[in-house]
Design a binder for this molecule. Structure first.
Ligand SMILES: Nc1ncnc2c1ncn2[C@@H]1O[C@H](COP(=O)(O)OP(=O)(O)OP(=O)(O)O)[C@@H](O)[C@H]1O
Length: 303
C-alpha cells in the first residue's frame, strides 16, 4: 500500500496558506576555522516562494545543506512544520523537504519514468520482503506509484517522454525531470539550488511558470539563483546572504533598493541590474571626455 491519496491539483504535503513550514533559527555552520553560515534565521510559509541570493561563496548551498540533513548545523535549529529536523537527509525527505542540486543528478541510463519512481520510495510503505516476494500489496503499490509518477511527468510537461532515457533529454528537460523527481516525495517544501543554471531564456521562462504552478499546488519553495531577473520576478520575498550572514530580507523592491546589497555585489555586478545601463553610459562618457582632453591642442603645451 502507499500513502498516495493525491489529486493532480493539490500536493499531499500542502498546508493551509500562510502556515510556517520552515523555521530556521540561528543557523551557524563552521568548517574548522571557516564560518560558512553565521546565525541565519529564515522562515518559509505555505503559499510562498522565497529566494536566497548572494555572491559566490556567500554560504547559500551550505545553508541549504543544513536544511536537508546533509550537514548538522554547528549551532541553531531547523524546524519543519514545528518539528526539529532529523539529522539524516533521507529522513528529512520523508519528513517533507525535497531538493534539487546545482549539478543535475539523474540516473542517465534509466527512463524518465523510472527516475521519478526512484523519488517515490519515501512515500511507499512496502517493505523489503514485500518487494522480494512481489505479493499483491507490492503490485498495487507499484501501480499507484506509476500512476502518480505519470501525473507528475504530465504536470512538469514531460508526459510524452516517460519512456525516453534521461540522458537523452535536452538540458532544460533534465532540470524539469529533477523537479518531478523531487516532487515525487510529495514535499511540503521544495528547495531548488540554481534551477535555471545553463538554461536559455525560453527554458528559464518555462521554469518560472513551473515553479509558480508548484507553489499553487501548495508546496512552499525556497530557491537559490544567480539570475536576478528570474529571482525578482518569481519570489514573494528574497533574503540576501553575504559572507555567511543574512544582510537584508524583503520583497524585490526592498532588496533591489538596498545600497548594502549593491555594495556586496561590487566586483560581481548584479545581473540585469537596473542601474547597469546608466553606469555604462557614465563610464563611456568619462572615457570619451578623457580621450577628448588627451587630444586637445593645449595638452602638449601644458607639459
Ligand atoms: N565542505 C566544506 N568544507 C570546507 N569549506 C566549505 C565546505 N563547503 C563550503 N565551504 C566553504 O564555505 C563557503 C560558502 O560556500 P557555499 O558553497 O555555501 O557558497 P555559495 O553561496 O553556495 O556559493 P556559490 O554561489 O558559488 O555556489 C565557501 O568559502 C566555501 O569554500
Amino acid at each position: 500500500m502507499t500513502t498516495d491519496t493525491t489529486t493532480k491539483d493539490t500536493s499531499p504535503g500542502a498546508s493551509a496558506p500562510g502556515t510556517t513550514v520552515l523555521d530556521a533559527r540561528g543557523v551557524t555552520m563552521r568548517f574548522g576555522g571557516l564560518t560558512a553560515v553565521r546565525d541565519v534565521d529564515l522562515t518559509v510559509s505555505s503559499g510562498e516562494i522565497v529566494g536566497l541570493i548572494g555572491p559566490n561563496g556567500a554560504g547559500k548551498t551550505t545553508f541549504f545543506n543544513c536544511l536537508t540533513g546533509l550537514y548538522i548545523p554547528t549551532e541553531g535549529e531547523v524546524r519543519y512544520k514545528g518539528q526539529v529536523l532529523p539529522p539524516k537527509s533521507f529522513k528529512v525527505t520523508a519528513a517533507g523537504i525535497a531538493r534539487t542540486f546545482q549539478n543535475i543528478r539523474l540516473f542517465g541510463n534509466m527512463t524518465v519514468l523510472e527516475n521519478v519512481l526512484v523519488g517515490r520510495h519515501t512515500r511507499t510503505k512496502e517493505g523489503f520482503w514485500s518487494a522480494v516476494l512481489r505479493g499483491p500489496g507490492f503490485h498495487k503499490a507499484e501501480a499507484a506509484s506509476r500512476e502518480r509518477a505519470t501525473e507528475l511527468l504530465e504536470f512538469v510537461g514531460l508526459g510524452a517522454k516517460a519512456d525516453h532515457l534521461a540522458r537523452n533529454l535536452p538540458y532544460g528537460e533534465q532540470r524539469k525531470l529533477e523537479i518531478a523527481r523531487a516532487l515525487a516525495s510529495e514535499p511540503g517544501l521544495l528547495l531548488l539550488d540554481e534551477p535555471t543554471a545553463g538554461m536559455n531564456p525560453q527554458e528559464t521562462r518555462a521554469a518560472e511558470e513551473l515553479i509558480f504552478a508548484i507553489r499553487d499546488r501548495g508546496t512552499a519553495v525556497l530557491v537559490i539563483e544567480h539570475d536576478m531577473r528570474f529571482i525578482f520576478n518569481l519570489c514573494d520575498r528574497v533574503a540576501v546572504l553575504v559572507q555567511g550572514q543574512k544582510l537584508v530580507e524583503g520583497d524585490a523592491a526592498t532588496v533591489q533598493g538596498d545600497e548594502r546589497v549593491i555594495a556586496a555585489y561590487i566586483g560581481e555586478p548584479l545581473e540585469n541590474d537596473p542601474g547597469a545601463a546608466e553606469a555604462a553610459e557614465v563610464e563611456a562618457a568619462e572615457a570619451a571626455a578623457e580621450a577628448t582632453t588627451d587630444a586637445a591642442p593645449g595638452k602638449e603645451n601644458d607639459r
